[in-house]
Structure formats: structure tokens, C-alpha cells
Design a protein around this ligand. Structure first.
Ligand SMILES: NC(=O)c1ccc[n+]([C@@H]2O[C@H](COP(=O)([O-])OP(=O)(O)OC[C@H]3O[C@@H](n4cnc5c(N)ncnc54)[C@H](OP(=O)(O)O)[C@@H]3O)[C@@H](O)[C@H]2O)c1
Length: 314
């Protein structure tokens, strides 16, 4: 693999994939909607040699330009909230299919689709259903595609612990969605980026599906407790029924950066852990890192600016 087009290459996961492939000496292209923002972010990260394409996955011609001449394509595009024209179906199903079809037409050798544990084409949840149908459409359009399904990812800038830290700062109580018994197996985002790099380096991974999960399964309530312990805070944890959380998420989705989305609420209705049937990080020879090892290294940076200023002024 020498030239890789990473769609969604400025995202939480995508930017780590770009970094990782660049370190390997590959020629990396980033394809996103906001090309100018991507160029500034890449420059700030010292990745000036990465080429940026303004390409919305809903725009077939732009996709074709961004994949032409590439040896591999990674789809790390995400839509967490539906807005006018940007539906889960348009991005995760039809957008993924367009990418796979254009990659196949351009004789691209490898295709990696980033999906998620729990993806299900028959789900009643529009988000989970689009993910499942996207996987199916990609396999049909590009039969050798490799699918990776991460569990909830953690790392600096994550939605999981970042949102908890934010809420714990703002509220005297923490809302626990459902009864808190949903099981998750959070995975370090750098381990997922490493997995994608190894998949691209090994032709034997073509056509396979990998479930990428961390070393430990936690209930949601346990994750809340761990987060509070790391932050050194005490908060009352109050269960919120799924129906109430759905309404809250719908309201939050009107904000530019919603702390909770309906897709996330849907995902929390079922356990989000690796099945025993699919390969994962171990098969890629990656020793997965634990929440307790990584989260404390960046949670200290989530102390509010006001606290830092007050402390510095003493
Ligand atoms: N984060 C998690 O915990 C988690 C867990 C499991 C699975 N996943 C999956 O991992 C993948 C990456 O997620 P993420 O959290 O890294 O996403 P993210 O941070 O929201 O980044 C999304 C990226 O996609 C680009 N993008 C969005 N819409 C696009 C479109 N229509 N056409 C082209 N590019 C578009 C964005 O850039 P522009 O806005 O400039 O277009 C950005 O680079 C997704 O498939 C997600 O479902 C994530």
C-alpha cells in the first residue's frame, strides 16, 4: 500500500489513522466535506504533506476523484445526527456504498469500512440499521472489503468520557441511561488506528470482519463510577428511562455539538461487546490498552480553564 485515501480523515478516529499511516511513510489523502478546516488541522499537526480532497460521500463525482489512483480506501466517515439531507441512510448506507463502488471501479486493491459493534440491517433504530445495511452494501460493491467494528472508543477528545466529565462539572447528579446494566467493552482509539494500519499491511485480512474491543467488559454504571473516581468527584448517579433519554437526546440534537444523540441511546439498549465468533485485536497481534491505563493520562486536561487560571494565580 503506498497511497491511501482516508474518508473522514479529520475525525476522532480518522485523524489517528492518517497520523499512523503517515508515520509508515505512506502517501495519505484526506477526503472530507470541510477541506479548508482539514488543511489547517493537518498543518497544525505537522502533516503538511497530506493532500486534502473536498469530497462529500453523497457526491459520486467528488468521491471518484478522491479515490482515483489510490491503492487503498478507508471509510471512517461518521454522521451521528440527522440534519436536512444528511441522514444515516445517506451517509452510512448509500455513502459507504458509493465509496466502495467507486473504489472497485478505480481498481483500488483494499477497502476498509469502519462500522461498529451491534450494526444490524434489521434494527428498528435508523442509526444501527444504516450501519448494518452499509456493511452489506459495501460487501456487495467491493467483495474483498474488510469491516472493522469498534466498540465505544476512548482517547483524548472522546465522546464517552469527555461527555461524562462535562456533565460531572455542570450537574450535581449524573443521568444514567437505562438501568445502567448495559455492558460495554471500550477500546482505545489508537488501538483501532493501529488495527486499520495492520489490516492494510496484510492482504490476508481482506474480506474479513473484525470486532475491535478493549480488554475489559464494564456495565455503564461501572464506567460512570470509574470516570468519577479518576476525576476525584462524587456525584449521585440517577437512572433515566430509555424513553426519557430519547426525548432528551432529540432536544440535544438541536444543539451544534449534542452531548447525547438518539443513535447513542439506541446503542445503549443492547450490550456493546465483542462476540466470541469474530476476530479482533488479538488476531492482529495488538495488545489492547485498558481504560484505567489511558483515561487518567488525559482526564487531567479536562479540568475547566477557570480552575487552571485560579490555581495558576495562587
Ligand atoms: N467514536 C466512537 O466511539 C465510535 C465507536 C464505534 C464506531 N465508530 C465509527 O467510527 C467511525 C469514525 O467515527 P468518529 O467518531 O471518528 O467520527 P467523527 O469524529 O464524527 O468524524 C467524522 C469524519 O467524517 C467526515 N464526514 C462527515 N460527514 C461526511 C460526509 N458526508 N462526507 C465526507 N466526510 C464526512 C468529517 O469531516 P467533515 O465534517 O469535514 O466532512 C470527519 O472527518 C464512524 O464510522 C463511527 O460510526 C465510532
Amino acid at each position: 500500500m503506498t497511497t491511501v485515501s482516508v474518508f473522514g480523515g479529520t475525525g476522532f478516529l480518522g485523524r489517528r489513522v492518517v497520523q499512523r499511516l503517515t508515520v509508515e511513510g505512506m502517501t495519505v489523502r484526506v477526503a472530507v466535506r470541510h477541506a479548508d478546516r482539514a488543511r489547517s488541522a493537518l498543518r497544525a499537526a505537522g502533516l503538511d504533506r497530506v493532500t486534502v480532497f473536498g469530497a462529500d460521500v453523497r457526491d459520486q463525482a467528488a468521491v471518484a476523484t478522491a479515490v482515483a489512483g489510490a491503492d487503498a480506501v478507508v471509510d471512517a466517515v461518521s454522521a451521528y445526527v440527522e440534519t436536512a439531507g444528511v441522514t444515516f441512510e445517506a451517509v452510512h448506507e448509500r455513502g459507504a456504498e458509493t465509496l466502495a463502488r467507486e473504489a472497485a471501479a478505480a481498481d483500488v486493491a483494499r477497502f476498509v469500512l469502519v462500522s461498529g459493534i451491534g450494526a444490524d440491517p434489521e434494527s428498528a433504530s435508523p442509526y444501527i440499521r444504516a450501519r448494518g445495511r452499509g456493511e452489506r452494501a459495501v460487501q456487495q460493491a467491493f467483495p474483498g472489503a474488510t469491516t472493522v467494528r469498534p466498540s465505544a472508543m476512548f482517547g483524548p477528545g472522546d465522546a464517552l468520557f469527555g461527555t461524562l466529565a462535562h456533565l460531572a462539572r455542570l450537574l450535581p447528579v449524573l443521568p444514567l441511561i437505562g438501568d445502567g446494566h448495559t455492558r460495554l467493552q471500550p477500546v482505545y482509539v489508537e488501538d483501532v488506528a493501529e488495527a486499520i494500519a495492520r489490516i492494510l499491511a496484510d492482504p490476508g485480512t481482506a474480506g474479513r470482519t473484525y470486532e475491535l474491543a478493549g480488554p475489559t467488559v464494564y456495565t455503564l454504571r461501572e464506567l460512570f463510577s470509574i470516570a468519577l473516581r479518576i476525576m476525584g468527584r462524587r456525584r449521585l448517579i440517577v437512572p433515566v428511562p430509555f424513553a426519557v433519554a430519547q426525548v432528551q437526546a432529540r432536544l440535544f440534537e438541536m444543539l451544534p455539538n449534542p452531548p447525547l444523540t438518539t443513535g447513542q441511546v439506541d446503542l445503549l439498549k443492547a450490550d456493546n461487546v465483542a462476540s466470541a465468533t469474530l476476530p479482533g485485536l488479538r488476531e492482529l497481534n495488538i495488545q489492547s490498552k485498558a481504560v484505567e491505563e489511558i483515561v487518567p493520562t488525559y482526564y487531567r486536561y479536562s479540568v475547566p480553564l477557570s480552575v487552571i487560571l485560579v490555581t495558576a494565580g495562587r
